[in-house]
Design a protein around this ligand. Sequence first.
Ligand SMILES: Cc1cc2nc3c(=O)[nH]c(=O)nc-3n(C[C@H](O)[C@H](O)[C@H](O)COP(=O)(O)OP(=O)(O)OC[C@H]3O[C@@H](n4cnc5c(N)ncnc54)[C@H](O)[C@@H]3O)c2cc1C
Length: 367
Amino acid sequence: MDDVVVVGGGIIGVATAYFLSKEGRKVRVIERDPAYKKASFPLSLGGFRRQFFQKENINLGKFALEFISNISNTLKTEKNPNPTASMVPNGYLLLFGPDHAEEQYEALKNHKACDAGTKNIPSSKLKEIFSWINPEGLETATYTDSKIEGWIDPHMFHNALKNKAIELGAKFEKGDVKKISDIKAKTIVSAAGCWTKELLDDIPVVPQKHTVFRVKCPKHYPDMPLTGDLPSGVYWRPEGKEYLAGSPNSKFDCPDLEPEWEDFESLVWPALANRVPEFEQLKLTGGWAGYYDCNVLDNNAIVGKHPKYENLFLATGFTGRGLMQSPGIGRGLTELITTGKYQTIDLSCFGIDRIFAKKKRTEPYVL
Ligand SMILES: Cc1cc2nc3c(=O)[nH]c(=O)nc-3n(C[C@H](O)[C@H](O)[C@H](O)COP(=O)(O)OP(=O)(O)OC[C@H]3O[C@@H](n4cnc5c(N)ncnc54)[C@H](O)[C@@H]3O)c2cc1C
C-alpha cells in the first residue's frame, strides 16, 4: 500500500506533494496529462493578490508572496539551482462603481485587520497616480504599490515545485484515475481541479471556460498594475510589450477550449477603451481559453477531509485563484494530514461540511 497518493499533478497537486514530501511522507502523484494541455494552471494569468473580502483569502494571498519571494532558496535543487517564478510585482488595482463600492469599504476593514497594506483612493484622485485612467463612472479604487501583489509565470512556478518535490522523494507517474476506490494508500489527496466532480460527484466543482486576449497598443505602460474594472468585469495587465485582457464572460459545458473571439469586439475592447482611452488603438494579436475550477455553490475553495471517506482529502473549487492559493493550500493540507489540524492559516471555513449543508460562503470579485 502507498503512503500518499495525490490525484492530479497540477499546481495544487505539486504544492501539496512538495509540502508533504518535506514532512517525510512518501508521495506518489498520478497525472493523466503530463503535458498539461488543458490543465488550468498553465492557462492562467499568473496573478497573485491579497485584495479579497474574506480574511482567509487575504492571508492566503499574503503567504503566496512570502513563499514565492523565497523560492530561490527553498526550491533550489541540484538540477534546478536557480528556481524562479519570474515574479512581476506591479501590484493590483481594483476599480469600483457605486454598485460595488460599499462592499469594498467593508472588505477594507478585513484588509486592515490582516495588515494587507491595501490603499484606498476616491475616483477623483485616481488620475494623479494612474495617468492613463478615465475615472468616469467610478466611485473608488483600492490598490497596492509596495511590490506585494503582481503576477508570476505559472509554468516556471509549477516546474520549481515539482523538481523540489521529486528531489525530496516524490514520484510522478502518468495515469488516469477512474475511481477513488481504485487507489490503495494510507492517505489520498484529490487535486483534480475542474474535473473533481468526475471522481467525487458530491463536490460541485465543474469546468467554466474563460477567455484571455492578447493585444498590443502603440502606447505601452510596463509599470501598469493588474487592473480589474469591476463595473465591466474586464481585467488586464502588461505582458512583455503587449497586454493580456480577460473577458468577463464565462461558459459552462464547453468541451472545447476555443476562445470566445466575438467577446473581444462586443465586450472587451469597448470596456478597455472606455477605461484607458489609449486602448482605442488596440490590435488583437492572439488569445486562449482555459477552465476555472468553478465551485458553483459559492465561488470559494473546498479544502479538507472528505467526511464520507476514512483517508481522503481534497482541495479544489478555487474559481480563478488556485495558482496564488497553492502554496497556502499545500501547506495547510499537509498540516491537516500530518497533525490533524491547521497550524498556520485556519482553513476550516473551506471545509466540505458547508457544501453538504449548502451554506454559502461567497467570495465576491471573481476576476
Ligand atoms: C484564464 C484563466 C486565468 C486564471 N488566472 C488566475 C490568476 O491570475 N491567479 C490565480 O491564482 N489563478 C488563476 N486561474 C485559476 C487557476 O489556474 C486554477 O484555480 C488552478 O490552476 C487550479 O489548480 P489545480 O491544480 O486544482 O487544477 P489544474 O491546474 O487544472 O490541475 C489539475 C490536474 O489534475 C489532472 N487530473 C484531473 N483528473 C484526473 C484524474 N482522474 N486522474 C489523473 N489526473 C487527473 C488534470 O489533468 C490536471 O493536470 C486562472 C485560470 C484560468 C483558466
